[in-house]
Structures are given as structure tokens and as C-alpha cells.
Design a protein. Sequence first.
Length: 290
Amino acid sequence: MYIYETGGENYDLLKEFAEHHRKYPTEAERTLWALLKNKSLDAKFRRQHIIGDYIADFVCLHSKLIIEVDGGYHLEGDQIVKDTERTDDLERLGFRVIRFSNDEVLSDTQRVMSDIQKAMNTQTGQSPSPFGEGRSGALVNPPDYRNDTVLPLPMEVQANAWAVDAACSGNPGPMEYQAIDLATGAQVFHFGPLKGTNNIGEFLAIVHALALMEKQGITDKVIYSDSYNAILWVQKKQCKTKLEHTPETEPLYQIIRRAETWLRTHIVRTPIIKWETQKWGEVPADFGRK
């Protein structure tokens, strides 16, 4: 059972906006809705659905998956920061948010639907399908650290910390990253999979952790990462990847640009500490696929 009415204090005003957008969708929204509403993914979606103080373009309440279709203005100025804050707020409500550009929906519809299916599989605990054509083997689910189990830590490691890590099947390939709270063993956040590289995932994981700590007013924790390159990229405020920039990798490059913008517009005070794998073993956020 799930809640149909998920609006907050501004529900009446949001309802007016939602009804307007349902009546006048963009071409990309109309295209995607035609595929989602016929349950081609074996799931019920709602469009322009109110959640808290936001309107989700499309949402599957059963799997708590939100799909956002972005126009060009989402890459401009303060809108990047607003989108990040919106996503953080929705994730705190238990939803996962995935985004596609108008061009992706219109020109690469099959991949978009495949990505949505993979995201739904991850949300419902099923093993994701192989990422893209021509690749064999399914991604395994990440280890479940979400049972508030105290992790065994080396004496040199601070427990009041988050550890981050990324995993990538291939180079490039399906990439995802996560953060684990070392004090409780709880998964703080998870993102992906999305086509990329391990180094990019490590970089984005650190920035995601930094941004979330600032958003939540956390000032007493440190971040552990086992990637020297990612730590260096964060210090230089630039993701120095050599990943080819193509229409397929454009969604990831949009996220990279948002991360770099965040680093350039914020003062980083949280210590980022290199996890010494040879001395301490695998970082607790490791996906266990080596």
C-alpha cells in the first residue's frame, strides 16, 4: 500500500501547476508518457504528481522511482543548484530520481526505457540487467550495509565518517557509487548505474558526500576514499577524465558539470582522507566485485 496524496502545505497551488503541465506537456514528456502509461514496463506510473513541495514529471509510487525530463534551462545558472537541492529533498523522502534530457527521450527512446527498467529493478531489489547491448553478465546488487550494523574498523580510522566508493563493469561501462556511514554501517546514498568510468564515479561520490553534508549541516565528519585521483580532482575542482563525450555519455557529463560548479561555488572544509587499502583492507563502501 502506498500514499496517493503526497502533497505538502502548498498542495492547492502545486495542483494548479500540475494540471497545467498535464494539459500542455512538452514533446518529450508526451512521448515518454505514451510509453509509460500503457504499462510497457509492467508498472503503474503517474505524471505531474505532487510529492511534498515538488511536482514529479513521472513517478512509480510502488518502486519509489521518479523520472525527470529536463529542458536546456536545467543546465543554466542557479537551476543546476536548485535541481540538486530538489533531488536531495526527494531522496530524503525515500525516492530515487533519474533524469533525462528532452533530446535523449526523443532521439534515444529505447535506451531511455532500458535505463528506466534498470532503475526499477534496482529499486525493487532485483538483479539489474546487463547494461547496454553486447555486454554479458548482470551486475550484482551492492552489499546491504543498511542494517545499522557496527563495522569493524582499524584503530587509525575515524568512525565518525562516511566512506565512498564506485564500481564500474568495463572501462567505460555501467558505473555506480555509494556512501556508507562508518558509525552505523548504513548506506547514506547510492547513485547509478550510468555509463562512465570508475574514476568519475569516485570523484562524483566525494562531491555528492560533500554537498549532502553541507545540505544537512554536518560539520564534524570526515570522508574516506580509496582513490588518489578522485581526491586530487576534487582538490583541483575539475574532473580530468578522458571519457569520450558522446550523446550516450552526455547525461554523465551533465552531472560532472554540476559537480564542478558546486566545487567552484563552495568552500570545502570537510577533510577528505585517503583510505589505505593495503593497510586496512577494502574500503567499507566497496561493492565487493573484485
